[in-house]
Design a binder for this molecule. Sequence first.
Ligand code: SF4
Length: 358
Amino acid sequence: MANILKFEPTDVILVKAVAGERITPGEALDVYRYADFVKVMAAGRAARSKINDTDVVTYTLFRIVNYTNVCSSACSFCGFHCPPGGPAGRVLTIEEIFEKMQAAISAGARQLFFQGGVNPDIPFDYYLDILSGVKEKFGADIHIRAFSPGEIQGMELLTGKSAREIIRELKAAGMDSMPGAGAEILSDRVRAILSPKKISVSDWVRIMEACFEEGMYASANIVIGSVETVEEIIEHLRIIRELQDRVGGLLSFIPWTFQKQTAKFPIRPVSAREYLKLLGLSRLFLDNVPHIEASVLCMGHGIGELALHAGADDISSVVFEENILTSYGHGTEEDARRFIRNSGYKPARRNLLYGNAD
Ligand code: SF4
């Protein structure tokens, strides 16, 4: 292990990044492999203080509605999905969606996240109807984040339309932003092992570009803790940075770790050190992405707090329904605010576009 009081060659890279100079993928690889995680955290925090308000950490509240559990992607890590035609498969009716949304509104959330699977049996009109139905019933100011690139690709196959046409129609019906979900590790080698039927790297990037070209904003994630190599982690960061350089529309980046949901999934436990190093490096490398989110949901409160001192300026949000991950998150808004205060920051509520919602 490196001595943090001793000069190391990777210190030069960290100082360069904090000074605002862009670091190369090769330099990022050296940092990931050789730098002391405490130095990477300190550099990540210094870089964050130049981009975001030093004293403030943001959070938001939204309702996740898992509108279907049917998915043809069959990712090996997913314990949520049911194959098309399976007996446990279901699709929520618009009335059921209204009920869930009503409960969230009563608890103070005016944001909704439609999350499902790639369900080949849902007609395209269903998506338009649930978007426009929520807006009509609860108001045009309800923010609807919906449909990952994989779900959009499913709609392409269903309708024969292009991603841009589909996104344009979804936007007209009420979709406000997209999750960059389904990225996990942007390596076709890893995807061939973990999720061979899932959207490819080039299609994920193509659909995110279409989203930005249609004027929508999104987030993106990375999920580590399986068969990926360090080179593939850095390649993922490179793809994200270049996507943002080309068509910018990413508001945030979220490093996550895989959660054990199925017996067959080859999990690699990620140490706190590795997670915090990735988080700090993400802040340094992704100099064109405004926000880095700490995943308290995946990592728990102790490591989540350290992440706020390693470059993150936002925490995983208060979520009213989450069927896909084990929850170590915040059950209430006050829990989230207390967590931020106890971490040494002022809490500020934001909306899904990072506007002030206090
Ligand atoms: S993780 Fe998403 S895309 Fe993969 S099987 Fe589960 S629902 Fe489908």
